[in-house]
Design a protein around this ligand. Structure first.
Ligand code: FSX
Ligand code: SF4
Ligand code: F3S
Length: 368
């Protein structure tokens, strides 16, 4: 067996593990029994081997995975897979570590999952990024050839991200552009939301299949809706209450950030429902910053942060997520299930509308 670089042991009892798997399955839109089935597979030692390659990026995707609370998304993912090669987390180094890549590929040919973090430079023959003495594009092509599935984590790996911003000095592209003809699951986000890796891994490890994707290779369970549809500040948007400047009274009261350049109306992502680090409110809009469209090629690092976006869905939803989400620590289970409930309610319109009135003399109309 290849050397496993990340410890597999966790402090979770089997009962807790089944519980967390079930909640995680629900959070990412899989049936609850998928979590139970996954826990059974893990008990039988059936974990997919994963090779994780790093190229041009900031390592924020790995960092956000590791910064979750316990029992966290990161811990759960590391329980569901056998992470056999990961350049950031490896204890080994040099030739010994590079040998792990070769042995993992050999022993799991056609069965391993390749996760790529970071963009791939193609300009000037790809000379701008070498790892272990080999060009990024060469290692990527070689490792992807024998992979059962390829996952691009983060915006850099999905479509080039920050390294591809104009003037794109290295000719940085995403994995699907570098590997012509190979299906790639893209999980954009800068960093990617760890839940989206969890959902993809859960499905692959349990059923051996990949989630349904949109035309950009993004799983529909996470990227089918724009943030504006599920934003906790949406009631303020629909009632014309906008922050006009950072730090003004509207901003301090949590009003809509549209006029500060929020890209939520055009950005497909689920960070409004499944926040980062499993902390309610830990996402850009939750912290008072407009969305910069980090999951969208053509918006993030392209459209100026404070430029206003067109509105395609002007009609108010049937129900709003709460405008004052609870703050502080919350468990994976609570966040996952809350995310599912909010998503279902907002999507299906079961709950009563909670439109708020504009306080006299405050707020502005949308068209202002
Ligand atoms: Fe890119 Fe991931 Fe942004 Fe960083 O590595 S998506 S620069 S947060 O972390 O690839
Ligand atoms: Fe939320 Fe931005 Fe839409 Fe306002 S414009 S409701 S802050 S997504
Ligand atoms: Fe990214 Fe916007 Fe969410 S910047 S993390 S898609 S709020």
């Amino acid at each position: 067996m290849p050397h496993t670089v990340v410890a597999e042991a966790t402090a979770l009892s089997r009962r807790d593990f089944v519980k967390v798997c079930t909640a995680a399955a629900a959070a990412v839109g899989l049936p609850a029994w998928a979590g139970e089935k996954m826990a059974e597979q893990v008990a039988k030692g059936k974990k997919p081997s994963v090779i994780w390659l790093h190229y041009q990026e900031c390592t924020g995707c790995t960092e956000s995975l590791l910064r979750a609370n316990a029992p966290g998304v990161g811990e759960l993912i590391l329980d569901l897979i056998s992470l056999d090669y990961h350049e950031t987390l490896a204890a080994a180094a040099g030739y010994q570590f590079e040998a792990t890549l070769e042995s993992t590929m050999k022993e799991n040919a056609g069965k391993y999952v390749l996760v790529v973090e970071g963009s791939i430079p193609l300009k000037d023959g790809g000379v701008y990024c070498y790892v272990g003495g080999e060009k990024a594009i060469d290692t990527l092509t070689r490792v992807a050839e024998k992979a059962a599935a390829v996952i691009a984590i983060g915006s850099c790996a999905s479509w080039g991200g920050i390294p591809s911003a104009s003037p794109n000095p290295t000719g940085a592209v995403g994995v699907s552009q570098a590997l012509k003809g190979k299906p790639v699951v893209a999980l954009p986000g800068c960093p990617a939301n760890p839940y989206n890796l969890l959902g993809t891994v859960l499905q692959f490890a349990t059923f051996g299949t990949l989630p349904a994707l949109d035309d950009k290779g993004r799983p529909l369970f996470a990227y089918a809706r724009v943030i504006h549809e599920d934003c906790p500040r949406r009631a303020h948007f629909d009632n014309g209450r906008f922050a006009q400047a950072f730090g003004d009274p509207g901003h301090r009261q949590g009003w809509c950030l549209y006029k500060l350049g929020c890209k939520g109306p055009q950005t497909h992502a689920n960070c409004s429902l499944l926040n980062f680090c499993e902390l309610p409110g830990a996402w850009p809009i939750g912290l008072g910053h407009p969305c910069i469209g980090c999951t969208e090629q053509g918006i993030a690092f392209n459209v100026p942060i404070h430029q206003n976006m067109p509105i395609d869905k002007p009609t108010a939803p049937m129900a709003y997520p709460g405008v004052n989400p609870p703050q502080g620590h919350q468990s994976l289970i609570a966040v996952g299930v809350a995310g599912l409930v909010v998503g279902a309610a907002a999507g299906a319109g079961y709950a009563a509308s909670r439109k708020l009135a504009v306080p006299p003399g405050q707020g502005t109309k949308k068209e202002d």
